[in-house]
Design a protein around this ligand. Structure first.
Ligand code: ADP
Ligand code: MG
Length: 421
């Protein structure tokens, strides 16, 4: 992908926007972009630099994302709204063409990484509550104040963040900026330079790894046995507006990542803000259990879409006939009675039982969590509570009594030094 029209190759120390931003290390990448930690020499802060592939369709997508992000950043209170903020944007010309770059506030690891570091065992319920509150604040802002549907909410697109500013507090965060490329040669593959690059890379990696959960909570003195996120006010922000749209200006019929896709999207019955609520419920379940709520697969004689609908009904009960037959694609899956054509025998396993039987939740935890999630998973999109309504739900202000026990199992130590917030 590092060719004409594709990604822009970046080296540590590379300057951007006439030297304002200096590349520090790669943070991640997506289908359309690579994302780099950069040092903003103007504000003396770290930022995330999202460098889009250069071909026309990617540039167009980036301009759309900038439009959405700009409207998000307009609100003066946007910093507290749990949505990533756009700081700047510009064009950067390189050997592969002209790349649109977005400068975003620098955030930490994704919730997917958090789930992985917890070895897919689920995160303590009190932390899940904190994270859910943040996501809901973000969704409420997007939906009610801006009219934006995210359309790709999932653990990967929600990032943790630290209240420590590494630029203001470099000692505690252990992060010192690299301000220029090493002198004496080009950085295009000479063997000496490779050694210097490797050293710089290692230094940058070590530095960023130091903004860890442990350091943030205990000033770097935590014993090895401390658990991930222990004693931390967990906060996070919603990112990746590459697929977001205004509710009244939709352009794609097929939206959302498969596992987080709402039934009305599969059935092509039209969609609105409530598709994000569906994805939110799937995300909350995954945080609490470590498993995806729905992981559909195609099988003999049925498609992944049909399996997906069957999985939904096994967990949530039969889809009302009116909804089942009401979409442009309904005939592909349902007969006129509203029964699936190719998957006949469903094994009903309701959410509260699943949480007790499979995930060893206590009866009360399971009951309360299911009461919170089930209304959000209503097959009828209009009946789903809004983010604002969810924020009022009593489950969010509950507190599980035993903080160190998680669904009857001891909590898992997650190798905090690798986790960045
Ligand atoms: P794409 O639209 O190409 O999927 P994303 O916006 O999802 O790009 O970014 C790709 C990855 O870069 C993310 O999964 C995350 O790991 C990292 N990333 C994105 N934005 C930030 C940020 N603001 N701070 C830190 N890392 C980020
Ligand atoms: Mg992404």
């Amino acid at each position: 992908s590092y060719r004409k029209g594709g990604y822009h190759a970046v080296r540590i120390g590379d300057p951007f926007a006439a030297g304002r931003y200096i590349a520090q290390r790669k943070l991640g990448w997506g289908q359309f972009s690579t994302v780099w930690l950069a040092y903003d020499t103007q504000s003396s802060k770290y930022v995330a630099l999202k460098i889009q592939k250069s071909a026309q369709q990617f540039a167009q997508a980036a301009l759309h994302e900038i439009e959405i992000l700009s409207s998000i950043a307009e609100c003066e209170h946007s910093n507290s709204k749990c949505v990533v903020r756009l700081i700047d944007h510009f064009k950067h010309t390189g050997p592969n063409g002209q790349h649109i770059c977005m400068v975003l506030e620098f955030l930490g690891d994704s919730l997917l990484r958090l789930i992985r570091f917890n070895r897919y065992k689920g995160i303590e319920l009190n932390k899940v509550r904190e994270i859910c509150k943040c996501i809901l604040v973000g969704l409420d802002y997007l939906h009610r104040e801006l009219g934006i549907v995210h359309t790709d909410l999932k653990p990967e697109n929600i990032l943790l963040f630290s209240t420590i500013d590494p630029a203001k507090d470099p000692v505690r965060s252990g992060l010192t900026p690299i301000l220029e490329r090493p002198e004496g040669g080009t950085l295009n593959g000479g063997s000496t330079m490779n050694i210097i690059e490797k050293k710089l890379k290692r230094r940058a990696r070590r530095a960023v790894a130091n903004i860890s959960v442990r350091r943030a909570s205990m000033g770097g003195e935590a014993p090895k046995s401390a658990r991930c996120l222990d004693g931390i006010d967990v906060r996070c922000k919603v990112v990746d507006f590459g697929n977001a749209c205004w509710a009244d200006k939709q352009f794609a019929e097929e939206i959302q990542t498969r596992q987080y896709r709402a039934p009305e999207v599969i059935l092509r019955s039209g969609y609105s803000f409530s598709v994000d609520m569906w994805s939110f419920a799937c995300t909350a379940f995954e945080l609490a259990t470590g498993d995806m709520m729905f992981a559909p697969k195609s099988g003999q004689g049925f498609s992944d879409d049909e399996d997906h609908l069957a999985l939904m009904m096994e967990l949530l009960g039969k889809m009302p006939r009116k909804i089942a037959i009401g979409g442009a694609r309904s005939k592909d899956f349902f007969d006129r009675h509203g029964d699936l054509k190719r998957i006949r025998r469903l094994k009903f396993w309701p959410l509260d039982r699943l949480l007790v039987d499979k995930y060893k939740f206590s009866e009360s935890d399971a009951h309360e969590f299911a009461e919170f999630l089930c209304p959000i998973l209503d097959f009828s999109p209009e009946k789903r509570p809004t983010a604002q309504q969810c924020l009022q739900h009593p489950w969010l202000s509950l507190s599980s009594s035993d903080q160190n026990e998680m669904h009857g199992q001891p909590n898992v130590d997650v190798g905090m030094s690798n986790l960045q917030i």
